[in-house]
Design a protein around this ligand. Structure first.
Ligand code: HEM
Length: 417
């Protein structure tokens, strides 16, 4: 916890980006709370948004579709050219024809396709795919005695899983993983990564039109909602954009809790229940999608005392709402009242799939590297820069080096999908 408050932007707003936010996000949420249920923040250089930090206000807004829209074409500052064209927030906030940016009947149609496709993922296949991906990654570091849980494991498991779920041919997987790595980098290579990834999805759609398989791409393009190619591409882009970093972050936070917190560390042998409870606590305390669920009021309005002008972005701080001091104390982490999955019609459609990936990845690495310890004892690791995700930059671990042979034996014994 810092004693000096984080610096304000030139416009006098708390900054939801930059090094000070990455080091002390809670101090910035505290600054925001002084403005009421929603406060102005700078989310990138020269880009401002209202951010809701009050749990009750967040739930009200997320369910009030008559007042609030998800359609980013309502963003006045953007349509009037006041947002820098190369702003790093545009990759996630600019309008696309997908579930994330639509309302009412348009959203219902796209969400119908999304829900049906996600529901077709077999839980057994997903578990096996995640286990096999996790083992492949552990095999790369197991003889070293050290690794970075982020770069070597948590970031890559969902990428390998998604490449397979999307029906990416094996010879293209490396290319897709590289594009995804750039896409989520929040650095200068992000825009190129997004373009490369969209190009790969375009090729994949053409390929699966002639050779359909049991994968998200084939299901999306053949769904009864009859999506155009552009809609299908953006829906698949949305699945990946919405799914990758939060799943990586949830995996990392769960492992961080299990390795650091005495309440869990002594109970690791208790297995699945412990991992599930740790995930639940991680979702309360470190909401992976920290500030998102972007909405635009259709007209000037108010929200629990806060003035909300129409046509400006209003973000929900899932992170700040979950840690709202007004929430009753002593709640159980098993409670589902947290907002890590959001709420209302745009609530995450893949909760059980995300849980399966995180749980399987965590159990697999704990099985293989049972003696791993965190190399950095800090209570809260430094976060990646940017307003949207709450995700550690690195998480170095050490363990006793082991033979790679033990992994191939395990992988073969489990079979592969
Ligand atoms: C722990 C991991 C995850 C967390 C914390 C998470 C969280 C969220 C949140 C907060 C939203 C609301 C976004 C908004 O309204 O702007 C959302 C939406 C969404 N998520 Fe997840 N998510 C996770 C994993 C996944 C995965 C693995 C997938 C895909 C398989 C996925 C697919 C989606 C989609 C498609 C939406 C948009 C839904 C809509 O707008 O109707 N998510 N997620």
């Amino acid at each position: 916890m810092t004693t000096t408050p984080p610096p304000l932007s030139a416009s006098g707003c708390p900054m939801l980006h930059g090094a000070a936010f990455a080091a002390h996000p809670d101090a910035v949420y505290k600054q925001l709370r002084t403005q009421g249920a929603a406060g102005w923040a700078e989310i990138a250089p020269r880009v401002h948004a209202l951010v809701v930090t009050d749990h009750r206000a967040a739930v009200t807004l997320l369910n009030d579709t008559a007042t609030y829209s998800k359609d980013a074409r309502r963003w006045d500052a953007l349509t009037q050219g006041q947002v820098p064209a190369d702003s790093p927030v545009l990759g996630m906030m600019a309008w696309r024809p997908s579930v994330l940016y639509t309302d009412g009947d348009d959203h219902a149609r796209l969400r119908w396709a999304m829900d049906d496709c996600i529901a077709r993922i077999s839980p057994h296949r997903l578990r096996e795919l995640t286990r096999r991906s996790a083992l492949t990654l552990i095999a790369r570091v197991i003889t070293d005695g050290r690794a970075d849980l982020m770069a070597d494991f948590a970031d890559l498991v969902p990428m390998l899983v998604f490449a397979d779920l999307l029906g990416c041919p094996p010879e293209k997987t490396d290319q897709m993983v590289r594009a995804c790595q750039d896409l989520i980098s929040a650095g200068p290579e992000a825009a190129q990564g997004a373009a490369d990834f969209a190009g790969l999805l375009f090729e994949l759609i053409q390929f699966r039109r002639t050779q359909p398989g049991q994968d998200l791409t084939s299901w999306m393009i053949n769904h009864a909602a009859q999506l155009t190619d552009d809609e299908a591409l953006n829906q698949l882009f949305c699945v990946t954009g919405a799914g990758l970093i939060p799943t990586a972050a949830a995996t990392a936070w769960t492992l961080h809790l299990l390795l650091r917190d005495d309440e869990y560390a002594g109970n690791l042998a208790a297995g699945t229940l412990t991992v599930r409870r740790a995930l639940s606590k991680a979702l309360w305390e470190h909401a992976p999608m920290a500030n998102f669920s972007v909405h635009f009021a259709r007209y000037d309005t108010s929200l629990r005392g806060a003035h909300i002008p129409g046509h400006v972005p209003v973000l929900i701080s899932h992170a700040a709402a979950n840690t709202d001091p007004a929430l009753p104390g002593g709640r159980s982490y098993d409670s589902r009242a947290h907002l890590a999955w959001s709420a209302g019609p745009h609530r995450c459609p893949a909760i059980s799939q995300a849980t399966t990936i995180v749980q399987t990845a965590v159990e697999t690495i704990l099985d293989q590297l049972w003696d791993m310890t965190l190399a950095d004892e800090r209570a809260t690791p430094l976060l990646r820069h940017g307003p949207f995700h709450q995700c550690p930059q690195t998480m170095p671990i050490t363990f006793r080096p082991k033979s790679r042979a033990r992994i191939s034996a395990t992988a073969l014994a489990g079979g592969t999908p």
